[in-house]
Design a protein around this ligand. Structure first.
Ligand code: UDP
Ligand code: MN
Length: 248
C-alpha cells in the first residue's frame, strides 16, 4: 500500500512567509496520501496560514508552540513538538503504521519526484542530495555500491551524519519505537541538531537507503535549500501591513 507521507513544517511570522507558504502549499497539493503537520513558532495559529492549509484539501494539523528560551530558534522546538504529536496521535490520523516522516521547511524548493520516487519509498531512513545548502552546491551522502560511506559537505564534513534535514526522511515505525527528539544542543553536529537526532534514533550509516545514486552521470537535485530574499520594503502606510498580517 501507498505509504502516508507526514510532512513536518515549522513556520513563523516573517515578511516572506505567505509567499513561501503559497509555493509549498501548491507543491504539496499535488500529492495524495499526505498528512501535513504545520507548527507555528508563536503564541497562536495565524488565520492566513490556516486558510491556505484549508485550500490545499490535504489532511493537516496546524498547532502553535512558541520556542522556549533555552532552545535554539529556527524551528527545532517546533519539529520536536511534531515528533511528540506524531507519537501521541498517529492512530487518529493514520489507518496504519505504514508511513514516513519528512521535515520540509517552508522556504525550500521541492521537485514533486522527491515525494513519489524517494520519500514514499523509504523504509527506515532514506537520504539524497540537497542543493545550495551550507556552502555546498550539493550536500549529499557519498555512496559506493548503494552504501553510504561518508558525506560530501563543505560545512563541518566530520559530522557523523553531515546532512541537512531536507536530505533525509524517516520511517514512522522508527519514530514510534523511540522517544528521540531534537536536543537543545548537539556538539557532535557542530550545533546543527540533525546528526544527534539520527544517532539518538539508533541509526548508523549502514542503515541509510540512498536515493538517486544509481547512475553516476545522471544525478539530479530534487530539493533545494532556497532562501527567499527579504524584500527591501519602505512602506509607510500602516494599513498596508494588513495585507500580510491581517488582524484576526
Ligand atoms: N523557523 C521557525 N522559527 C524561527 C526561525 C525559523 O519556525 O525562529 C522555521 C522556518 O519557517 C523554516 C525553518 O524553521 O520552516 C528553517 O528556518 P529558516 O528557513 O529561516 O532557516 P535556514 O534556511 O537558514 O535553515
Ligand atoms: Mn530555509
Amino acid at each position: 500500500t501507498l505509504q502516508t507521507i507526514i510532512v513536518v513544517t515549522p513556520t513563523y511570522k516573517r515578511l516572506t512567509r505567505v509567499a513561501d507558504f503559497t509555493r509549498l502549499a501548491n507543491t504539496l497539493s499535488h500529492l495524495s496520501n499526505l498528512y501535513w503537520i504545520v507548527i507555528e513558532d508563536g503564541p497562536e495559529t495565524v488565520p492566513v496560514v490556516q486558510k491556505m492549509l484549508e485550500r490545499t484539501n490535504l489532511n493537516f494539523t496546524y498547532m502553535a508552540h512558541p520556542s522556549p528560551p533555552n532552545y535554539p530558534n529556527r524551528g527545532w522546538y517546533q519539529r520536536t513538538m511534531a515528533l511528540k504529536y506524531i507519537r501521541e496521535n498517529y492512530t487518529n490520523f493514520m489507518r496504519s503504521q505504514n508511513g514516513v516522516v519528512y521535515f520540509g521547511d517552508d522556504d525550500n524548493s521541492y521537485d514533486l519526484r522527491l515525494f513519489e520516487e524517494y520519500i514514499r519509498k523509504v523504509n527506515k531512513i532514506g537520504m539524497w542530495g540537497v542543493g545550495h545548502v551550507a556552502g555546498s552546491l550539493v550536500e549529499s551522502p557519498r555512496v559506493s555500491n548503494q552504501k553510504v560511506v561518508g558525506f560530501d559537505a563543505e560545512w563541518s564534513p566530520d559530522r557523523y551524519f553531515a546532512i541537512d534535514m531536507a536530505g533525509f526522511a524517516l520511517g514512522l515505525q522508527l519514530i514510534l519505537e523511540s522517544d528521540a527528539v531534537f536536543r537543545s544542543s548537539c556538539p557532535s553536529g557542530t550545533g546543527a541538531l540533525e546528526s544527534c537526532l539520527l544517532t539518538d534514533l539508533g541509526l548508523n550509516r549502514e542503515d541509510v537507503e540512498p536515493f538517486g545514486f544509481e547512475k553516476e552521470n545522471e544525478r539530479e537535485v530534487l530539493v533545494w535549500h532556497t532562501k527567499t530574499l527579504i524584500p527591501d520594503i519602505y512602506e509607510f502606510r500602516p494599513s498596508a501591513w494588513n495585507w500580510l498580517f491581517p488582524k484576526p
